[in-house]
Design a protein around this ligand. Structure first.
Ligand code: SF4
Length: 370
């Protein structure tokens, strides 16, 4: 089984924290989509005989794309790849794009999962992040989506925003729960160079929350959502039973995927490809760059992706894939974390305790083969 990712890199305006590949305005949308059709055609053998299980429109803001263009891409993909067993087709959306008409059209073309970038239900926090919607529009967007028949909705939230922890975060979590969505992704704010927040930080006007605050907020998110019946199944992801994100799970479990569009990545288990991060050069037809992963790289990739999930590393599987020596060394490094209760080990699986997943990067780095 395989996945297809389609990247629509346009946004109406740039959020203060965003360092994704994107640009303002949709003036080049049509030539970009035409180039995406050409790329699909050129790489139609990438997935071999594997059936496509998930399709995902990410961005940028794919909800700026008219339904006809999205439908054209889905139809073309269905002609080139085996899409007869698709289980999930997701579109990332901004709340203020989700009118009843647009949502109705999305349903008709086969989008069955919406990923809505809400981020917060605090209007001051949304303004600070330069989001283009407010809390009322976010609530309305989810209601509109339900009325249009969407039964699988995920929302993104951001925590760790200076000045918006405590009650503000608690209210955002409560309002998210009131909406009864199937899935929630909650990300800690990172302040990246080159973003509006990064520039403010350089000027000394803005600073990340300290580690103790991060941990408190992460614990609040974990406890609130777990108590409400959401399974904390990956560092940043929470799902009601049966509603884990299938497309994203493919990345964590090493499933083959093809990325179409500028800056999109593809992976076939051995080789990684990535497209040029330039709309202009992508439209001009620049070929993807490629890197063949060594066994050492694949082992580290395996450790990193598996330990992000509650399933963790199956020691038997890891030993079969990478040999006993590598796994024994990894288990020696893991001993201290197991002793500290941060890693859990039941003689078969090694996994990070869900409540402590915020420190997963530090743990994973120590288990890496150097
Ligand atoms: S909408 Fe998403 S991709 Fe666009 S600027 Fe904001 S965070 Fe970045």
């Amino acid at each position: 089984m395989a996945g297809i990712y389609l990247h629509i890199p346009f946004c109406k305006r740039i959020c203060s924290y965003c360092d994704f590949f994107r640009e303002v305005g949709t003036g080049r949308l049509v030539p970009l989509v035409e180039a995406m059709h050409r790329e699909m055609e050129a790489r139609s053998d990438y997935l071999g005989s594997e059936a496509v299980r998930t399709r995902y429109f990410g961005g940028g803001t794919p909800s700026l794309c008219p339904p006809e263009l999205l439908e054209g891409l889905l139809d073309h993909a269905a002609r080139l790849f085996d899409c007869t067993q698709v289980e999930e087709t997701t579109l990332e959306a901004n709340p203020d794009d989700l009118t009843p008409e647009y949502l109705g059209a999305l349903r008709r073309i086969g989008i069955d999962r919406l990923s809505i970038g809400i981020q917060s239900f605090d209007d001051d926090c949304l303004r600070l992040m330069n989001r283009r919607h407010n809390a009322a529009q976010a609530v309305q967007a989810v209601r509109n989506a339900r009325n249009a028949g969407f039964e699988n909705i995920t929302v993104d939230l951001i925590f760790g925003v200076p000045g918006f922890g405590g009650d503000s975060l608690r209210r955002s979590l409560d309002r998210t729960l009131e909406l009864g969505v199937e899935h929630i992704s909650a990300y800690h704010l990172t302040i990246e160079p080159g973003t509006a927040f990064g520039r403010r930080m350089e000027r000394g006007e803005f600073a990340p929350v300290d580690e103790a605050v991060s941990e408190t907020e992460y614990a609040l998110v974990h406890e609130t959502l777990s108590k409400a019946g959401y399974e904390h199944y990956e560092v940043s992801n929470f799902a009601r039973p049966g509603f884990r994100a299938r497309h994203n799970a493919a990345y964590w479990h090493g499933v083959k995927y093809l990325g179409i569009g500028p800056a999109a990545h593809s992976f076939d288990g051995r080789e990684r490809h990535w497209n040029v991060s330039s709309v202009e050069r992508y439209i001009a037809g620049d070929a993807p760059e490629a890197e063949i992963l060594s066994e050492h790289d694949r082992f580290n990739e395996y450790v990193m992706t598996r330990l992000r999930t509650v399933e963790g590393i199956d020691l038997k599987e890891a030993t079969a894939l990478f040999g006993p020596e590598r796994c024994e060394r990894m288990m020696q490094e893991a001993a201290g974390w197991i002793h500290a209760g941060i890693l859990l080990f039941d003689n078969r699986r090694l996994a990070i305790s869900p409540a402590r997943m915020l420190v997963s990067d530090a743990v994973i780095e120590e288990l890496f083969e150097t």
